[in-house]
Design a protein around this ligand. Structure first.
Ligand code: AMP
Ligand code: MG
Length: 414
């Protein structure tokens, strides 16, 4: 089955073409919910958030010291004032502060109306209520103006931002106890393969443990997702079809691994063609060439390759951006750093490659990258040692030591 949004499927697409097909086809899901701020970390804002108050609400002191009116003192060092009271954080000074007088003040305390300067206590000496000042008194020094962090009605956060710890702190500062966020995306995932054994089982000859489901579960561990582990499915087109049709009915997206290639036991593409629509299924990338992307009813489907490192690469490069489109969040291109390679890297022109690298910082602060080890797509241990992808263009025919390369660190979230 083909329709107008699903162009011909047989071409080998570049990573960029595949990504733009994904982001052009997937429309954001509708639906939002209100969550308490303490449950909001990482969630995607469904609407812009504005401040209802000035922060700070009143002028307050940036230092522990003394507050006074600088009139008549400006520029002078060495002057004395009489202390007439104390302003605490949370307990303002309610008396009157005249010329020649000062108030003991602590960080965060409201600055009395008639004061315009705060001098740090390290620059003073106190003898009973007589305070001597050694610093020139600078007008408005050490005073945080009302609204100097943000003002009432100011835009604080723009949807569809994903909330960071800084954002939840900011919202709390603004007194916002709950926010409207996009509803969670319902995602089902499963493995396919007759050779797969569950953890805890004794391995028969030819069997391997189903590592992809654990890798996928960990990568899908995101507060925006409601994830269901649908288990392991045999290399049987009827079983695959039943799983896809059954799960598509109550999920927004499905992700499977294995069976996406052209082997005799690879049924993903033919089953997807039968019960849904294939958008593309072959990419000019390494690892990750067979990747079926399409739709079953209203449910998006990513049929990833079976090799674990290909799962890692295709998840980060295609599935995650696709899920971000479903959330209505703008896919963010990964941060790429241009660094020198400490290793010689083998590569034949044709497909773009995401090699596994170790990015490190030398004593002089310079970043370099080295291959994390051999680059076969079953080698999860090397992937586990790596902390970045080394991104090599389709045209690249290898890298010599000292050449510049682009890397994408795994853990940076700016
Ligand atoms: P396939 O794409 O099904 O041809 O699988 C490619 C390779 O990945 C084969 O060596 C499979 O045994 C391996 N593989 C497939 N699924 C998994 C899985 N869930 N966990 C670990 N390895 C897998
Ligand atoms: Mg297989």
């Amino acid at each position: 089955m083909n329709d107008i949004c699903f162009p011909p499927q047989n071409a080998l697409l570049s990573a960029e073409q595949a990504l733009s097909r994904i982001s052009e086809t997937i429309q954001p899901l509708s639906g939002a919910e209100i969550v308490d701020l303490n449950r909001a970390l990482g969630r995607t804002l469904a609407e812009d958030v504005f401040a209802a108050i000035d922060m700070p609400p009143q002028r307050n002191a940036a230092m522990d010291g003394y507050a006074f009116a600088a009139a008549g003192l400006s520029g002078e060092a060495d002057f004395r004032l009489r202390m007439v009271g104390t302003a605490w954080a949370g307990k303002p000074f309610n008396g009157t502060l005249g010329l020649g007088e000062c108030v003991r003040i602590f960080t965060g305390a409201v600055v009395p109306d008639s004061a315009d300067s705060v001098v740090a206590q390290e620059q003073t000496r106190a003898e009973a209520d007589q305070i001597s000042f050694f610093a020139p008194c600078l007008f408005q020094k050490n005073i945080r103006p009302a609204g100097s962090d943000f003002k009432a009605d100011e835009l604080l956060l723009r949807a569809p931002k994903k909330l960071t710890p800084r954002d939840t702190g900011l919202l709390a500062a603004a007194g916002i106890a709950a926010v409207k966020v996009r509803r969670r995306v319902r995602i089902g995932f499963f493995s396919t393969g007759d050779e797969l054994a569950p953890l805890g089982a004794e391995l028969d000859v030819g069997q391997i443990y189903d590592s992809n489901r654990y890798l996928l579960a960990a990568m899908l561990d995101d507060p925006n997702f409601k994830v269901h582990d649908l288990g392991t499915v045999k290399d049987d087109p009827l079983a695959l079809e039943a799983t896809l049709i059954g799960a598509a009915a109550n999920h927004d997206a499905l992700v499977s691994t294995g069976g996406a290639s052209v082997g005799d036991a690879d049924y993903v593409k033919q089953v997807l063609e039968k019960c849904g629509q294939v958008n593309f299924w072959k990419l000019a990338i390494k690892p990750g060439k067979p990747l079926a992307f399409g739709k079953i009813g209203d449910c998006w489907y990513f049929g990833l390759p079976g090799n674990p490192v290909a799962v890692l690469v295709t998840y980060h490069k295609f599935v995650k951006p696709g899920l971000d489109c479903l959330l209505g969040a703008l896919p963010r291109p990964p941060l790429q750093l241009r660094v020198r390679s400490d290793s010689q890297l083998r590569k034949v022109p044709g497909r773009s490659e995401y090699q596994r690298g170790i990015l490190k910082q030398g004593e002089n602060g310079e970043l370099t990258v080295a291959a994390a080890g051999p680059q076969d797509s079953h080698q999860l241990k090397v992937a586990s040692m790596a902390n970045c992808f080394i991104v090599l263009d389709a045209d690249c025919d290898g890298v010599s030591r000292g050449d510049w390369v682009l890397v994408e660190p795994f853990t940076l979230d700016l």
